[in-house]
Write a protein that binds this ligand. Sequence first.
Ligand SMILES: Nc1ncnc2c1ncn2[C@@H]1O[C@H](COP(=O)(O)OP(=O)(O)OP(=O)(O)O)[C@@H](O)[C@H]1O
Length: 614
Amino acid sequence: MMYPIGNKKLQLLLLLRFALMIFERIIRILVPLQTERLLRVFSPDGKTNDSTTLSKFDVGSVMLYVFYNYLQRHSSILSLLHNAAEKPLDSFVRDTLQLRFFEHVHSLSMQFHLNKQPYELLSIMQLGVQSVSQVTSIILFNLLPTVCDVSVTLLYFSIVWGWKYGLLIISNAILVTIASKLHGQMMRKVYRDMIEAGGTRRSHPQETLMNAETVKYFTNEAYEVGRYEEVIEMSRTSSPNLQFKTQALSVIQTLIWTWNLLAGCLLCAHEISSGKRDPASFMTFVLYSQQLEGPIQSLTWVTDHLRNTLASVDEMMAVLNLEPTVNDVPDAPPLVMSGGEIEFENVSFQYSHDKRGLSNVSFKIQKGQTVGIVGPSGGGKSTILRLLVRFWDPSSGRILIDGQDISKVAQLSVRENIGAVPQDPVLFYDTIGYNINYGRTTASKEELEEAAKVAQIHDTIMKFEKGYETTVGYRGAKLSGGERQRISIARTVLKNPPIIVMDEATSALDSMTESDIQQALTKLTENRTTIAVAHRLSTIMHADLILYIKDGEIVERGTHEELIQAAIDNGGQGEYYKMWRIQTGKLYGDSNSTVGDNEMETCAEAEEVMSKEE
Ligand SMILES: Nc1ncnc2c1ncn2[C@@H]1O[C@H](COP(=O)(O)OP(=O)(O)OP(=O)(O)O)[C@@H](O)[C@H]1O
């Protein structure tokens, strides 16, 4: 991700940056040397007799000195080249990483997505991506050059000027590093609090804006503004006197620095006065010292900055290192469909050690049949669907589609063959056409319209001014629940899978809309194996098999008639029967009444009532 493999142009730019970096280091050495040289050229050589010898007018040396100085300035052509080479490399790192992160997050299992807030993920991605490119830049083009500068100066002084100067430089570097380390420790907690407070500061407005409708329903606008004010206040107080604390370090560093300069200048002055050096060396020493001040002091900034950016990189790497919880076996073959027969064989599953999902669930659906799943809330109905699409794998037992254990085939191929119609479909913030097309992105316009017709939504769409180009609003909020539902059916029709799962697809709708949608659903499920979770029994009454799930177990199974008959035979005792009675009214009299022809007649009446409702 950091090295542009296969991109010659970017590799050359990287090389250019390195070359520039080395060139800059050389210029840094040359400036003081050239100054010393000039001073020597200008000074009378002391050997003339009449003491009037003038210093040489060496235009070349002056020009060279000015040229070196020019190159050293930040706005010089070198900086321009540096920046020009930096941008494309920086974009490369960011783009590659961003794409990789996006791809990785999408490859993670549902469990991960249920536990993470989307904007938290986005924030991790943004900060992480930005930090990775900064880390590269900091290490390669800040830390490395600084270490180079210090080492070269140290070597130069130690070899050319003697060990005392080397000692001065090294002690300076050590003292500054100790100071910055102590400062870093002190600032760590401040930065941590700041990052935390910054996160809340970002997430709070996002959360409330995403739920603007709820805020308005409860007229909590002022409350939310008040909460945001508190968050802002908290983030402000989490970094009291941050600037003061940060600047305190520069004050200490400058003190160390000045002490060092003083010691060096005294040493140099002493050597000049004792004739060991010429006066020009004093200037060289001062200039070198000044050259070194920037890099040594920037070490603090660099290490501090590196620490912060690494914290963000760490967080991103933690996500990038996550493995999907549902994995395919090596070289898993794709699911081969031959009709869509589904079988659950003693399937048990737990979401976590304290949360039971399903225990010993077994049932079989022949191809093209419909199974209705009913039962009390939290019983495990939706869990059956989630296991079928492999959002989770069972802890024991097997789920077979057309005789193949779905945990042994590629999970994508399982999902490719299953179409889902959820209770409250969420649409993308785009046009109706885009949302339907999502079912099969390669579908033609004609196929798209055909799917919309099957889902009974085409005419409604055509009444909109912009037809299929109408935008649906945030998560489809500009459409009614029934319209959203039919669009979701249309995209499943377009996907054309052999298996359909529906999770209470009509429970949020009124009876009129429900009947429209029911027609669309009937067309959708024609000749397809279907599992439908339902609260309204009218929607699954005619299913080939009905499963009553309670506390993760199938407690009753059979067709509608069988379940009713069994309950009647059992003196009116039966979960499904009770549910049915609650939904249709007391049509059988008391539960302990005896069963006879009359009862079955009443049963037929009830069906009639339900059909009307339908
Ligand atoms: N991702 C999850 N992590 C942990 N527990 C979960 C998760 N999803 C569901 N559960 C728990 O599993 C149990 C069964 O949930 P499930 O959604 O299957 O019930 P359901 O019968 O479909 O309920 P409802 O009719 O209310 O939708 C519930 O107790 C629920 O709290």
